[in-house]
Design a binder for this molecule. Structure first.
Ligand SMILES: [Zn+2]
Length: 499
């Protein structure tokens, strides 16, 4: 006996009855039924479902929020930001002011609020030659030093197709040598996509040479190969790594040792999200169509789904590839010429609620997991010390400096669902040493091993005797107490100019 298992998502039938209660859509339905110009409207009724083009219209109600939540953060979502989430929702659904609804929900998503880091400057972006088909020119990179999982994985091998931006995330070990990486590459990449022409990596020439030799042996060919190696970083993989890191942090939150279990979700979510530079999802570019999402299991009239009927599939894919080529060209040009440093302009007032970014350096070495939620709070702003520094109310157990640089503060105006309480968040933090500076006692100029001069400061810590004062580096002082630092440097430089 055979059995076929099929699945559907239920609950959408209710829609049909709800249109008449929706002030916006009920008018459209009345127009469709009454007016002679109904033909010219972008809307149509199909088995009592209202469509605008291929978008299913969703009347006012809780379903709108459910849909956004589903595409943003549930199982197959990757907690992407406003634009990517909006693109996913608008691909299937329509309602007025959708952008506003998506923005509101994304802004208040607890996982995003606590899990995401701030944008960083990724350095100089050097565009590489533009690829013109999927899985020919790749880049590979590693996310290292993750907490060890039950299976012993502590790193992720990231392979990205530079054309479709499709990525594969492969758990591995930090100690994996080039032979092992070549085996993983053969099994996970060549199996699916064939042999690439080029691979960009920031690994050294020796590693890459060994990697190619091992890979070539696996092809079992008598043909010879020659390879050249450009020691150059590709901005692309770094960008992927950052969004992978953000995504994992959102998906894992307080279970950092099980990250390998959510890698499949993370990979699906990443490849299913619209890429900024090609304006399409990697799946679409590589396969010519989008894979089904849970929401596609909603039983809807068939015709509504097929948008490319009659179009030859090969032509369809060719067209997609042409569009991607053009988009890549445009985006490369844009990346190269605009400075991508993104600084947030933000001011806070006394009494504002904020989330604080607890940097790793505030904690003793080895106590801080890379994947722990990065933000803490909400906390109250006690005082604005300068436009860059704020005094923040922190729970007394958290014995770290209460002064934060503006770059580590994020506005908080509530979040949906269950954000963990401050007490619960503290349990996951290493309790740190006292870090409040009472005074700077001295400064000296020293030379690093390479001979570069830099300054060290002798600081007296609050609540500790003077003989426990310590010399700290300029960077450290700047971070712990930017104001004392500034004051001191001002005094120091006017003093030294006298000599
Ligand atoms: Zn989220």
């Amino acid at each position: 006996m055979l059995s076929i298992m099929s699945t559907q998502v239920t609950g959408f039938e209710e829609l049909k009855n709800q249109y008449s209660f929706d002030s916006y859509f009920s008018k459209i339905i009345a127009d469709l039924q009454g007016s002679l110009q109904a033909e010219n409207l972008p809307y149509r009724l199909h088995e009592d479902y209202l469509f605008k083009g291929n978008q299913l219209c969703i009347p006012k109600g809780s379903l709108r929020e459910q849909i956004i939540r589903e595409l943003h953060g549930n199982g197959l979502g990757g907690h992407f930001g406003r634009d990517k989430t909006l693109a996913m929702v608008a691909d299937r659904y329509y309602w007025p002011k959708m952008r506003r609804d998506v923005e509101r929900l994304v802004k208040r998503c607890p996982a995003c609020l606590f899990g995401k880091g701030s944008a960083q400057n990724t350095g100089l972006y050097v565009p590489l030659p533009e690829p013109d088909a999927p899985w020919i020119h790749l880049s590979m990179d590693f996310v290292l030093e993750l907490p060890k999982t039950a299976k012993g994985f502590d790193s992720i091998f990231v392979v990205v197709d530079r054309f479709s931006k499709m990525a594969h995330f492969i758990p591995c070990f930090r100690t994996s040598d080039a032979t092992h990486i070549a085996e993983l590459f053969f099994r996970e990449i060549v199996r699916l996509h064939g042999i690439p022409t080029s691979i960009v990596s920031d690994r050294d020439v020796k590693f890459m040479g060994h990697f190619w030799r091992t890979l070539w042996r696996k092809f079992g060919t008598e043909l010879k190969y020659s390879s050249t190696c450009h020691p150059q970083t590709d901005g692309q993989t770094e960008v992927v790594n950052r969004s992978l890191g953000n995504m994992l942090r959102c998906l894992i939150q307080n279970n950092p040792k099980t990250w390998d279990l959510v890698i499949p979700q993370a990979e699906f979510a990443y490849n299913n999200s619209v890429n900024r530079s090609i304006k399409k999802t990697p799946f679409e570019v590589a396969y010519g169509l989008k894979p089904q999402h849970v929401l596609d299991l909603v039983p809807l009239p068939q015709e509504a789904r097929v948008s490319n009927e009659g179009e030859l599939f090969a032509d369809h894919i060719r067209k997609i590839h042409e569009e991607v080529k053009a988009a890549l060209k445009a985006s490369n040009a844009e990346y190269s010429f605009t400075a991508n440093q993104h600084r947030r302009k933000q001011e806070f007032e006394e009494g504002d609620q904020v989330l604080v970014h607890l940097r790793q350096e505030r904690f003793p070495k080895g106590t801080y997991h890379k994947l722990k939620s990065r933000k803490f709070g909400p906390c109250k702003v006690l005082k604005k010390i300068s436009s860059n520094a704020y005094l923040i109310e922190l729970p007394p157990e958290l014995q770290i400096s209460h002064i934060f640089n503006i770059l580590d503060l994020y506005p908080f105006d509530g979040c949906d669902g269950t954000a963990s309480t401050i007490d619960a968040q503290i349990q996951h933090l290493p309790i740190a040493k006292v870090e409040v500076i009472e005074d700077v006692l001295d400064v000296k100029e020293v030379r690093s091993r390479r001979g570069n001069p830099y300054r060290r400061f002798l600081v007296k810590w609050l609540g500790k005797p003077a003989n426990e004062s310590t010399w700290i580096a300029e960077e450290e002082l700047k971070r712990v107490d930017p104001d004392i630092y500034e004051e001191y440097v001002k005094a120091y430089s006017s003093e030294s100019s006298l000599f």
